[in-house]
Structure formats: structure tokens, C-alpha cells
Design a protein around this ligand. Structure first.
Ligand SMILES: [Mg+2]
Length: 195
């Protein structure tokens, strides 16, 4: 079945999270390098990144500033525009607070967040909601994400095409199944979904 809709994860797929994690390190009063290093360790061990604060012995900082336009990867908006121009429906759905939707809402047909939907990746409910919002069958949807555990495996389980973006710590530490296409730039997505 031909792909009619392409849906993107947010963190490390469309948004470079470097500055978000720097803000969190500063707010928690821990050195940025220490925070990043421990996060990498958790990623390598397959453990939840939210454990980082307990390991560092600090309270999780309150600040949860939405990423700004300058934090988008350079290929993010051009790719969304190119997919639109090719006649595809384009969506965004990520584990994030509802307020984070505002940055990308003007550039897509549909957008969702775990904060607003009340379901979280990698649950089957999250991916069922994506199909509902895109008004497409799962087999007509390609889901693009950096995490094998939260993005690739559950998208495949939902019956979608999955595309692995090789950026961010998780994408470099975890291998997707062999038959899943992996890209280093979103520029490659359009060609992949056209088959
Ligand atoms: Mg991500």
C-alpha cells in the first residue's frame, strides 16, 4: 500500500535537544557534561532518561521551556514543506508537553503530544491515535523517529512503515531491525516514502 501520510517524532528527529538539556542542567545546578554523560549511560543501558535526576541526586528541575525555532534541525521545515508539495499529509506526534505543539503546528496537517492525548509512546494507543488523526490506515503511514524502542518498534507493531533517523544518542546506540531504512538526514525521507 502506498504511503499517504508521514508522521514525525519531535526530539532528535525534528528538534535538536542540545539546548533543552543544557537548560535543564543549568536549572538543576549540575555540570552540563555530567548530565549529558549520565544520559548517554542510561541510553546505553536501555533505562529511562528520567532516572538521570535520581542518579545525580538532585530534584528534577521545574523548567520545561518549549524549544524555539532556532532549535529545529536545518532539514526539518524544508522536509515538511517538500512532503506537502509532493501531495502527502504530514503530521507530528511526540512524547512532550502539549505546549510544545505550538512550534510545529503551522507546518503540519495534524499534531499531537502525549501531554494532550494522555497516552505515551511506545503504547499501541499512541500509534492508533496517530492513524485516527491522519485519517489513514496504518499501512498508509510512515513514522519517522530516532528511537528504536519508542518509535521504530511500536510503529512497526502498529502496521506502519518506520524510518530511523540516525541522530541523537539513542539512535547511535541502538540498532533498528535490518529491514528498516535508516537515514542521516530528513532530506532522504521523501524518496523513501515514494518507494
Ligand atoms: Mg525522539
Amino acid at each position: 500500500m502506498a504511503v499517504k501520510a508521514v508522521v514525525f517524532d519531535v526530539g532528535e528527529t525534528l528538534v535538536d535537544e542540545t539546548r533543552s538539556w543544557e537548560r535543564l542542567a543549568d536549572a538543576a545546578g549540575v555540570p552540563r557534561f555530567t548530565l549529558m554523560g549520565v544520559l548517554g549511560g542510561l541510553a546505553a543501558r536501555g533505562e529511562a532518561h528520567s532516572d538521570v535526576w535520581r542518579i545525580l541526586g538532585v530534584d528534577a528541575p521545574e523548567t520545561d521551556l518549549a524549544p524555539g525555532h532556532s532549535e529545529l534541525y536545518d532539514d526539518a521545515l524544508p522536509t515538511l514543506a517538500a512532503l506537502h508539495a509532493a501531495g502527502l499529509r504530514v503530521g507530528v506526534a511526540g512524547n512532550m508537553p502539549a505546549a510544545f505543539e505550538e512550534l510545529l503546528r503551522p507546518h503540519v496537517d495534524a499534531i499531537g503530544s502525549s501531554g494532550r492525548w494522555g497516552v505515551t509512546k511506545p503504547s499501541a494507543e499512541f500509534f492508533a491515535r496517530i492513524a485516527e488523526e491522519m485519517d489513514a490506515a496504518p499501512a498508509e503511514i510512515a513514522y519517522v523517529g530516532d528511537r528504536v524502542d519508542n518509535d521504530i518498534l511500536p510503529a512497526l507493531a502498529a502496521g506502519m512503515m518506520a524510518i530511523h533517523v540516525r541522530r541523537g544518542p539513542w539512535a547511535h546506540l541502538h540498532e533498528p531491525p535490518e529491514d528498516v531504512p535508516a537515514v542521516r538526514s530528513l532530506d532522504e525521507v521523501l524518496e523513501l516514502v515514494r518507494g
